[in-house]
Design a binder for this molecule. Sequence first.
Ligand code: OGA
Ligand code: NI
Length: 363
Amino acid sequence: MGEVDTAFVQAPEHRPKSKVIVDEGIPLIDLSPINHQNEDTTPDSSILHLIQKIGCACKEWGFFQVINHKVSLEKRERIEEAARKFFALSLEEKLKVRRDEVNVLGYFEAEHTKNVRDWKEIYDFNVQEPTFIPPLVEPDDEQNVQFQWDNRWPQNPPDFKEACKEYAQEVEKLAYKLMELVALSLGLVPNRFRGYFTHNTSNIRLNHYPPCPYPHLALGLGRHKDTGVLTVLAQDDVGGLEVRRKSDGEWIRVKPISNSFIINVGDMIQVWSNDAYESVEHRVMVNSEKDRFSIPFFLKPALYTDVMPLEELLDDRNPPIYRPINWGKFRSARMRSNFAKSHVQNLQIYQFKFPKTESKSIN
Ligand code: OGA
Ligand code: NI
């Protein structure tokens, strides 16, 4: 990625603006109350307080940072090390596990795909293997393209696969714990979401943002929302992630805190919660001197899941805003447009909104 290619130059409206607020950050939440939780007793006041904080953070920011999360630091350091070693391999080596238009997992690098303008390289793997793929129910449906979801493990570094798998197990547990807290904060039973993940399509991405000599022209990752359910992101100490503050639309830099995770609400929580918790835009700035590494875990439901506003949250005054979104079809449509030319608009959840006047009311 040494040479500057015009493909990386962002259109003016996407370029980083100089005004970035650093001081006021996303909420910082200490998860220690759940570590002392006794299964037999009703939640104590510290847990109730935690649930309330999570609810506020989801509503006001769509983002928060957690500490005392119980994810093994040793396992986190091990995958971080494996990622560094993998990205340091020759391009030729890395391209051996390159993703393609059919199998969407593996290594992916912008120079070899004309449509991506982000200054980074990535490696994706699925947490559940093999990913459960439902039979084609509507063979004629063009939306129903079958992608392959096979992990492609590189031979080097030798412990790469093990490091990835071990970390995935740890961080997945944290994601489910957080989903219980999110459920409680919405007034739902704690395991309300659990069934959607029996055949989950969750994945982990290793991101490497190399130093960029033109930080004012490029972005590490352009502004976007996460489509899945919940993201649990480990970032290193370089920093560069920015979150769009809901109250005024300003970009807020997330300060790196060691051994913490950044959590954000994805589009599917927005739909389930009928817009109570919204998925929020974020982006990554490049650094002119330092390499940056980050590892998001994207919690995603089973492909056959129809995501729709949850009945418990609806009434005459709060009718469903969205029609059901089939996760498998939604995902396929997104993947197809990711491989198409850059001007193709990605499918978005707002396209599933009922027109205002037609809003269904439930009786
Ligand atoms: C993403 C993302 C942030 C980061 O991969 O969707 O937002 O800090 N990453 O790398
Ligand atoms: Ni993201």
